[in-house]
Design a protein around this ligand. Structure first.
Ligand code: ADP
Ligand code: MG
Length: 924
C-alpha cells in the first residue's frame, strides 16, 4: 500500500493530493496513520454520535452529564439591517486580544465601520489572577478609547469572551472552565461581565456600559447574519473550535419559554470528553492531551483546532523518526521540543503548489536535514492530520445542519454558515475540504459558507446593536399594546358602569335613552320537564340560518330530538329589502317541510331572532335595530312575527302557528335550564355578544306586575354607545367601528365578539407595520383587505400547541410573509385583543351575577350561566380568562358555566313548548 491509497474509498481529495507524492516514489506510511483517515461511514457515525450528544445537552435531565454543553446565549434575533449606532467591543479568547469601535449604519446597505487595536496577551496575564486579567482588559480598552478620542462618550460595549460560560442573561454569564491556553485563577464559576464592569469602574474618566457578552461563534454568526439573512450557524476553526446555531426555544429545556429561537453555543470542543471518541483517538492524541493545560478536557477540540495541529504533527514525526522511517532515524532537539511545530508550519508545508521548498526549509530549521522523500512523507503527515481535522469538523457541522433542517420541517435546507478562525482562513486546502465533506454528508442541505471579516470581534458589537434595536422595538410594541392591558381597577370600573346601565334600562324614566336596552322577553319560567310535542324552530341572526324540527318527550323518556337544515343567506338578501329577506326565510321553511315530509302539519313555531327586539308579548317583537352583519331595509320598528306571517301568507302554501319570538341568549338559558334549574343566565360569545337573565318582576318597571320573574334580554352589546367606556376604547376600536355597518353602535360588542376581534387585530398589525415593526414595514395587499383576519385565526394562532412555524404558515395563507420574530409579535397582538375581550365580557358578567345576588339578598350566590358561541367554545383562552375575571370581580358569587348545545334551536322549541303549555292552561 502506497501513501496514495487510503483504505477509505471516499477520501478522493486526499488521494489526489497524495498521489502526487506517490509518483515521486515515497516510502510506505506506517499503519498507525491509517487510523487518522476517516471514511464517510465513520464520519456518518461521528455525526450520529454528535447529534445524540446535542440532544443530551439540550435536555433538562441529561444536561448535567452531557459533554457538549449546548449553552443558551440569550441571543434571540439576528440583525435585520435596521440596526444603527456606535458600539465598543473587546474580544478575549481568540489568538489575539483586541479592542474595537464598530459603527453600524442604517442606510439600507448593511454597512459598518470598524476600527480596532490589538494588544498582546502576556503569559502572566492569561495564566495569572482574575483581578489582573480584567484590569488588564480595562486598561487596554482605556488606551484604545484614548487613542480614538472616545473617552468622553458613553458607549455600549459588547464583550466577546470565547470560553464556555453558563449565561443567565445576555449580559451575565459564569465561566465554566478555561480552555485553550488560558488558565486564570479565581474566575471559574463567577460572572465575567460583572468582573469586567468592576474593572472598568476603576477608571473614573470613562463611562462604558457592558450590554452583552458573546461567544466568538455567536459573534461570527451575527456578523455574517448582518450581510446574509440566511445565516444561522456560526463556526470557529482557529485556536479553538466551536459552533453555534439557532435552536427552537421549545427544544431548550434550560430556558423558560417556547416562543421563537435562541442561539445555542454548542461548546463542541468538549465532545468526546466522556470517551465517546476514544475509538478514533490515536496514541498521539492521548500523548498531546497529557501534555496540555487541561488534560482529559476538550478532546474533540484537540483533534481539530490550530492550537494542537502542529503538535500532533510533531508527535507523529517524532515516532516515525524513532522508528527510522524519517531523517535516517536522527532525532533533533527541536523535534523533541513541545509546540516546536506550529499551525503556520503545517499550512506552509501543505502548499503543494509550491512543491517541497517550504517543507524542506521548515524541517531544516528544525535541524532535521530532510531528504526529498522525508519532505514528501512529512507533507503527508501534515495532510493526514489537517484533513482529519476538517473531516471531524464537517461531521459535527453536518449534525447541526440536519438538526436545523428537521426543526424547520423542510426537505431541503438552505442556510448559511458564518465562519471565522485562523486555521480555516490561512490553511490552503482546509475550506475546500470542509465544504466538500459537509456537502457529501448532508446532500439535502444547500450550504453557503461565508467567511466573516473580524466576525468574532465585531460580532459582540452586532449583538449589542441588535439588543439595542430590539429594546427600542419592544418599547414601541409595548406602547401599542398598552391600552389593551386593563388593570383590575379598570375592569371593576367597567363592571360598575355596566351595573349602572343595567339599572337605567330597567327604569321607566331612563329606559328610553338607555344604551343597554334590557328588553323584557315575556319568558317567565324555565322548563319543568312536562313539556312535550313536535315543534318547528327558526334560527336567524347567527352565522347560519337554520330551520329545525324538534321533538320533545316528557316523563320517563324525557328527551329532545332535533333535525335541522342549514341555509345560506346571501349577502344581497341580508342587506336587501325586508320583504326579500322574509320571503327567502319562508322559502327555506318550505324546502325544509318538503324535505321532512311534514308540509301539511300546522306545527307550533319558535323563532330565534337574535337581534334586539322590543316585545309586548312572547309572540310579538319589534326590531329595535339590526346588528352584526344584517342591514335589510324596512324592518327596524316593525314586528318580526308580523313580517314572517305576511311572508307565509304571500306564499300561500302552508300555515304555521308562530308561538314565540326568542333571542338566542334566552334559548341558551332555557336549554341549560332544562338540565340545571339553577341556570338563570344565558350568555352568547359568538359572532355577537349578549346576555339575558331572570330578573325580578318588581324591578322591571316597564312591565306590569310585581310577582315572579321574567327573562330580560339585556342587549349589552350596546353598552358604551353613550361614550361611557370611551376611556378604554383604542384608536383601533374606533377604526373598526368606523368601518362597520352600524358605526357608533354596539361599542362593547365590537370589543368583545367574534365578528370584530380579527378586525381589531388587523388594524393593529397595519399600525405596527407602518411603524416598521412588522413585515419589514411592507403592508401587503391582503393586509389591506377588511375581514381577512378572521377570529378563527386568533384561535389557531393562540393555541399553545402550535409552534411558531405553524403560525407563520397561517400568516402565509393570509398572504402575510412573516419572519419568526413577526409571528411572535402577531401572536402577542392576538393575545392582547382576545384577552381584553374575555376580560371585558367577564366584567359585564360580574355585574349581572352581582345584581342577581343582591336581588336574592344573599351573602353568597350559587348560579349557573348557560353559554353558547364559537368564540367561547373554540378559542383556547377566552373562556378561562372570562371565568377568572368573573371570579375576581364577583368573589361572592360561585358561578358555574354550562355549555349549551344548540341553544338557539332547542331553546326556541322549549320556550314554544312552555308557552304552549301555559297558553293551554290559560284557555282551560
Ligand atoms: P353565531 O353567529 O350564532 O354567534 P357562533 O356562535 O358559531 O354563531 O359564532 C360564530 C362566530 O364565531 C364567527 O362569526 C366567528 O367570529 C367566530 N369564530 C368562528 N370560528 C372561531 C374559532 N375557531 N375561534 C373563535 N371564534 C371563532
Ligand atoms: Mg348562535
Amino acid at each position: 500500500i502506497g501513501w496514495g491509497e487510503g483504505s477509505a474509498v471516499s477520501l478522493l481529495a486526499e488521494k489526489r493530493e497524495a498521489s502526487q507524492a506517490h509518483h515521486r516514489g515515497a516510502c510506505l506510511p506506517p499503519s498507525y496513520l491509517y487510523h487518522m483517515r476517516l471514511s464517510d461511514d465513520v464520519l456518518l457515525d461521528v455525526m450520529a454520535r454528535f447529534r445524540a450528544e446535542m440532544a443530551k445537552g439540550l435536555g433538562r435531565d441529561t444536561n448535567s452529564t452531557a459533554t457538549v454543553k449546548m449553552l443558551p446565549s440569550f441571543v434571540r434575533s439576528l440583525p435585520d439591517g435596521s440596526e444603527k449606532g456606535d458600539f465598543l467591543a473587546v474580544d478575549l479568547g481568540g489568538s489575539q486580544f483586541r479592542a474595537l469601535e464598530v459603527k453600524v449604519f442604517n442606510d439600507g446597505k448593511q454597512s459598518s465601520q470598524l476600527e480596532s487595536k490589538f494588544y498582546p496577551t502576556p503569559k502572566e496575564v492569561i495564566q495569572g489572577s482574575g483581578t489582573e486579567l480584567f484590569s488588564y482588559v480595562a486598561d487596554c480598552l482605556l488606551d484604545f478609547m484614548e487613542s480614538k478620542n472616545l473617552q468622553h462618550k458613553k458607549l455600549p460595549l459588547g464583550f466577546t469572551f470565547s470560553f464556555p460560560c453558563k449565561q443567565t442573561k445576555l449580559e451575565e454569564g459564569a465561566l465554566l472552565a478555561w480552555t485553550k491556553h488560558f488558565k486564570v485563577r479565581g474566575v471559574q464559576g463567577t460572572d465575567v461581565v460583572s468582573s469586567l464592569r468592576k474593572a472598568l469602574q476603576k477608571h473614573k474618566d470613562i463611562d462604558v456600559d457592558v450590554l452583552a457578552m458573546v461567544n466568538d461563534t455567536v459573534g461570527t454568526m451575527m456578523t455574517c447574519g448582518y450581510d446574509d439573512p440566511h445565516c444561522e450557524v456560526g463556526l470557529i476553526i482557529g485556536t479553538g473550535t466551536n459552533a453555534c446555531y439557532m435552536e427552537e426555544m421549545r427544544h431548550i429545556d434550560l430556558v423558560e419559554g417556547d416562543e421563537g429561537r435562541m442561539c445555542i453555543n454548542t461548546e463542541w470542543g468538549a465532545f468526546g470528553d466522556d470517551g465517546a471518541l476514544d475509538d478514533l483517538r490515536t496514541e498521539f492524541d492521548r500523548e498531546l492531551d497529557l501534555g496540555s493545560l487541561n488534560p482529559g478536557k476538550q478532546l474533540f477540540e484537540k483533534m481539530i483546532s490550530s492550537l494542537y495541529l502542529g503538535e500532533l504533527v510533531r508527535l507523529i514525526l517524532l515516532k516515525m523518526t524513532k522508528e527510522g522511517l524519517l531523517f535516517n532515524g536522527k532525532v533533533s532537539t527541536a523535534l523533541l521540543t513541545k509546540d516546536k511545530i506550529e499551525m503556520k508550519h503545517v499550512c506552509a508545508m501543505e502548499k503543494y503548489k509550491e512543491g517541497l521548498s517550504n517543507t524542506k526549509e521548515i524541517l531544516t530549521e528544525l535541524n532535521l536535514f530532510p531528504s526529498e522523500e522525508d519532505c514528501i512523507a512529512v507533507q503527508h503527515v501534515c495532510t493526514i492530520v489537517s484533513f482529519r481535522s476538517a473531516n471531524l469538523c464537517a461531521a459535527a457541522l453536518a449534525a447541526i445542519l440536519t438538526r436545523l433542517r428537521e426543526n424547520k420541517k423542510v426537505l431541503r435546507l438552505r442556510t448559511t454558515v458564518g465562519i471565522d478562525g485562523g486555521l480555516y482562513k490561512t490553511h490552503p486546502q482546509y475550506p475546500k475540504r470542509l465544504h466538500k465533506v459537509v456537502r457529501r454528508l448532508v446532500p439535502n442541505c444547500d450550504v453557503r459558507f461565508l467567511l466573516s471579516q473580524s466576525g468574532s470581534s465585531k460580532g459582540a458589537a452586532m449583538v449589542t446593536a441588535v439588543a439595542y434595536r430590539l429594546a427600542a422595538q419592544r418599547k414601541q410594541i409595548d406602547a401599542v399594546l398598552a391600552p389593551f392591558l386593563l388593570s383590575l381597577d379598570t375592569l371593576r370600573e367597567v363592571k360598575n358602569k355596566m351595573r349602572a346601565e343595567l339599572e337605567y334600562g330597567l327604569k321607566r324614566e331612563t329606559q328610553a335613552s338607555a344604551t343597554v336596552k334590557m328588553l323584557p322577553t315575556y319568558v317567565c319560567g324555565t322548563p319543568d320537564g312536562t313539556e312535550s310535542g313536535k315543534f318547528l324552530a327558526l334560527d336567524l341572526g347567527g352565522t347560519n340560518f337554520r330551520v329545525l324540527l324538534v321533538k320533545i318527550r316528557s316523563g320517563r323518556r324525557r328527551s329532545v330530538q332535533m333535525y335541522n337544515k342549514i341555509f345560506a343567506i346571501p349577502l344581497e338578501i341580508m342587506q336587501g329589502t325586508g320583504e326579500e329577506l322574509f320571503d327567502h326565510i319562508v322559502q327555506c321553511i318550505a324546502d325544509f317541510l318538503e324535505y321532512m315530509g311534514i308540509k301539511g302539519a300546522r306545527l307550533p313555531l319558535g323563532f330565534t331572532f337574535s337581534f334586539p327586539c322590543r316585545q309586548a308579548s312572547i309572540d310579538k317583537g319589534t326590531l329595535v335595530g339590526w346588528t352584526k352583519g344584517f342591514k335589510a331595509t324596512d324592518c327596524e320598528g316593525e314586528d318580526v312575527v308580523d313580517m314572517l306571517r305576511e311572508a307565509i301568507r304571500r306564499r300561500n302554501e302552508f300555515d304555521l302557528d308562530i308561538v314565540a319570538v326568542v333571542n338566542d341568549t334566552v334559548g341558551t338559558m332555557m336549554t341549560c335550564g332544562y338540565e340545571d334549574p339553577n341556570c338563570e343566565i344565558g350568555l352568547i360569545a359568538g359572532t355577537g355578544s349578549n346576555v339575558c337573565y331572570m330578573e325580578d318582576m318588581k324591578n322591571i318597571e316597564i312591565v306590569e306586575g310585581n310577582e315572579g320573574k321574567m327573562c330580560i334580554n339585556t342587549e349589552w352589546g350596546g353598552f358604551g354607545d353613550n361614550g361611557c367606556i370611551d376611556n378604554i376604547r383604542t384608536k383601533y376600536d374606533k377604526q373598526v367601528d368606523e368601518g362597520s355597518l352600524n358605526a357608533g353602535k354596539q361599542r362593547y360588542e365590537k370589543m368583545t365578539s367574534g365578528m370584530y376581534l380579527g378586525e381589531i387585530v388587523r388594524q393593529i398589525l397595519i399600525d405596527l407595520t407602518k411603524q416598521g415593526l412588522l413585515f419589514r414595514g411592507q403592508i401587503s395587499e391582503s393586509l389591506r383587505k377588511r375581514g381577512i383576519f378572521e377570529t378563527k385565526f386568533l384561535s389557531q394562532i393562540e393555541s399553545d400547541r402550535l409552534a411558531l412555524l405553524q403560525v407563520r404558515r397561517i400568516l402565509q395563507q393570509l398572504g402575510l410573509d412573516s419572519t419568526c420574530e413577526d409571528s411572535i409579535i402577531v401572536k402577542e397582538v392576538c393575545g392582547a385583543v382576545s384577552r381584553r375581550a374575555a376580560q371585558l365580557c367577564g366584567a359585564g358578567l360580574a355585574a349581572i351575577v352581582e345584581k342577581k345576588r343582591e336581588n336574592r339578598g344573599v351573602e353568597h350566590l350559587q348560579i349557573t350561566v348557560g353559554v353558547d358561541g364559537t368564540l367561547y367554545k373554540l378559542h383556547p383562552h377566552f373562556s378561562r380568562v372570562l371565568q377568572e375575571t368573573v371570579r375576581e370581580l364577583a368573589p361572592q358569587c360561585d358561578v358555574t358555566f354550562m355549555l349549551s348545545e344548540d341553544g338557539s334551536g332547542k331553546g326556541a322549541a322549549l320556550i314554544t313548548a312552555v308557552a304552549k303549555r301555559l297558553h293551554n292552561i290559560g284557555r282551560k
